[in-house]
Design a protein around this ligand. Structure first.
Ligand code: NAI
Length: 417
C-alpha cells in the first residue's frame, strides 16, 4: 500500500517544496519560480547529514550536486520526496535502487557539458602539435627555446578519435574546421559527420593518427584501453589526449613513452586516482614532464555548462512534477507523456508483479470512468502506469486515487489536474 513508502500526492505547485543544495545554478531556481513553484529553498553548500534529514522531512523535490550522499537510510527520512535531480553528470552519490523502490525517479544532465570538453580538446590539439606545453614551462623557468623543431600546424594532420559519441563527434567537427583529417573508432556503427572516416579497429586508428583523443565511457572493455602495447603501435611523435575517464589510460606506460620520446606530448584531464577535494594533494607519474598538460578534471567545467546543467535538470524535474514524464530518468521506467489539458491524470507506481494492471483497470471499470489514454512502462522491479481520465469532479478523481492506493504492491500515486 502506498502509505508505507510515500503519501498520495495531488498538490498545487505552491505546496510543493523544492530544496536545491550545493549552489545549484540560479537558472534552476528561476525555472521553478517562473513555473509557479513558490517554495524554492536554496543552500550554497551540502548540508551535514543531521540537517539534511531535518530538511528532507518536508521536501518533495530535491536538487543536489556530487557531494550530497543520498543513501537508503537518508531516503527513509524523506517521506514526501518524489524526485531527485543530480545537477551534474554522475549519479553515484544516490542509492538509485533504493530510490526506485520508493518510486522516486532520479534525473541528471549527462550531455550539458559536451561542448566544453570538445573546446578544451581542440585547444589541446593545437598546443600539443606546436610543443607549447614544454616551451611554456621552459619560458617560466627563464629559458628561451626559439625554435620550430617539432612544431606543427594542425591543418592536414590526422586526428584519431576513440569513442565517437556526443563529445567525440563534436571534437571531430571542430577539428575538421581546422583542416584536420578525422578518423574514428567506435564499437558501435556510427554515422560519420562531415568528412570523418570510420576505421575498423583500434589498431587501424593508432596506425594513422598524428594525435589520438579518447572519448569512451568507463566500461570493463575500456579499462586500460591504452597501455604499453597500444602506445607502441602509435607513430613516433604522436600526441595523446584523455579527457574521458582516468582508468582508460595506463599512465605508467605514458610516462615511459614520454621518457623515450615515442609520445611527443600528452594532455590528461582525468586520472585513475583523483583528489577528493581541492585541499588534497594531487600525485601522478606525469608531474615531472613539461610536455604534459595536466588539468584537474575540468574538461566539462565552464560557466556555460553549469547553466546548461541547471536548465536541463530543472526542466526534467518540472516535466515530471507537472506532467508525469520520466524521460531520461536514470533509475526508472521512462515514459514520455503528452500534455493532459482538459483531463485528470493519475500516476500509479507499483511493484512489478502479476495482475497489477488488471487491478488498476478494474478500479476504473467499477466506477464506470472513461479512460481517455493509458501509458505503461515497466522494468524488472517497478511498473509505472499513467491514466488520463475525462474529468468528472475532483472529488471523484480523488476517490479513484484512494482506490488505486489500496491495491497491494502500490508504491506511490499522484494526481495531476
Ligand atoms: P557518449 O556515451 O555519448 O559516447 C561514448 C562513445 O564511446 C559511444 O559512441 C560508444 O559507443 C563508444 N564506446 C564505448 N566503448 C567503446 C570502446 N571500447 N571502444 C570504442 N568506442 C567505445 O559519451 P560522451 O558524452 O561523449 O562522453 C565520453 C566520455 O567523456 C565519458 O567517459 C565521460 O565520462 C567523459 N566526460 C568527461 C568530462 C570531463 O570533465 N573531462 C566531462 C564530460 C564527459
Amino acid at each position: 500500500m502506498a502509505s508505507d513508502s510515500g503519501p498520495r500526492m495531488s498538490l498545487d505547485k505552491g505546496n510543493i517544496s523544492v530544496l536545491l543544495l550545493e549552489g545549484v545554478h540560479d537558472r534552476a531556481a528561476e525555472m521553478f519560480v517562473a513555473d509557479g513553484y513558490t517554495q524554492v529553498m536554496r543552500h550554497a553548500k551540502a548540508l551535514p547529514p543531521d540537517q539534511l534529514t531535518d530538511a528532507l522531512a518536508s521536501v518533495h523535490i530535491l536538487g543536489i550536486r556530487s557531494r550530497t550522499q543520498i543513501t537508503e537510510q537518508i531516503l527513509t527520512t524523506a517521506p514526501k520526496l518524489m524526485a531527485i535531480g543530480c545537477f551534474c553528470i554522475g549519479t553515484d552519490q544516490v542509492d538509485l535502487a533504493a530510490a526506485r523502490r520508493r518510486g522516486i525517479p532520479v534525473f541528471n544532465a549527462p550531455f550539458s557539458n559536451t561542448r566544453s570538453v570538445a573546446e578544451l580538446v581542440l585547444a589541446e590539439i593545437i598546443l600539443l602539435l606546436r610543443g607549447i606545453p614544454h616551451k611554456n614551462a621552459a619560458t617560466h623557468r627563464g629559458e628561451w627555446i626559439k625554435s620550430a623543431t617539432g612544431a606543427r600546424e594542425a591543418r592536414g594532420k590526422t586526428l584519431g578519435i576513440i569513442g565517437y559519441g556526443h563529445i567525440g563527434t563534436q571534437v571531430g567537427l571542430l577539428a575538421e574546421a581546422l583542416g584536420m583529417q578525422v578518423v574514428f573508432y567506435d564499437i558501435v556503427t556510427k554515422l560519420a559527420l562531415g568528412n570523418a572516416t570510420a576505421v575498423r579497429s583500434l589498431e587501424a586508428l593508432l596506425d594513422v593518427a598524428d594525435i589520438v583523443t579518447l572519448h569512451v565511457p568507463e566500461t570493463p572493455q575500456t579499462r586500460w584501453l591504452i597501455g604499453r602495447d597500444q602506445i607502441a603501435k602509435m607513430k613516433p611523435g604522436t600526441a595523446l589526449i584523455n579527457a574521458a575517464r582516468g582508468t582508460v589510460v595506463d599512465l605508467e606506460a605514458v610516462a615511459a613513452a614520454l621518457d623515450s620520446g615515442h609520445l611527443a606530448g600528452v594532455a590528461i584531464d582525468v586520472f585513475p586516482k583523483e583528489p577528493q577535494s581541492n585541499d588534497e594533494r594531487f600525485e601522478s607519474p606525469l608531474l615531472r614532464f613539461d610536455q604534459a598538460i595536466l588539468t584537474p578534471h575540468v574538461g566539462g567545467s565552464t560557466l556555460e555548462a553549469q547553466q546548461n546543467i541547471g536548465g536541463e535538470v530543472a526542466e526534467k524535474m518540472l516535466r515530471y512534477s507537472n506532467n508525469g514524464s520520466t524521460l531520461s530518468a536514470v533509475n526508472f521506467p521512462e515514459v514520455s507523456l503528452p500534455e493532459h489539458i482538459g483531463k485528470h491524470r493519475l500516476l500509479h507506481i507499483h511493484r512489478n508483479q502479476p495482475g497489477m494492471l488488471s487491478q488498476v483497470n478494474d478500479v476504473f471499470s467499477r466506477h464506470r470512468v472513461n479512460v481517455a489514454a493509458q501509458y505503461l512502462q515497466t522494468d524488472a522491479e517497478i511498473g509505472y502506469v499513467v491514466i488520463d481520465v475525462d474529468p468528472t469532479d475532483r472529488g471523484d478523481t480523488r476517490t479513484l486515487q484512494r482506490e488505486l492506493d489500496g491495491i497491494a504492491g502500490t508504491v506511490r500515486t499522484r494526481l495531476l489536474y
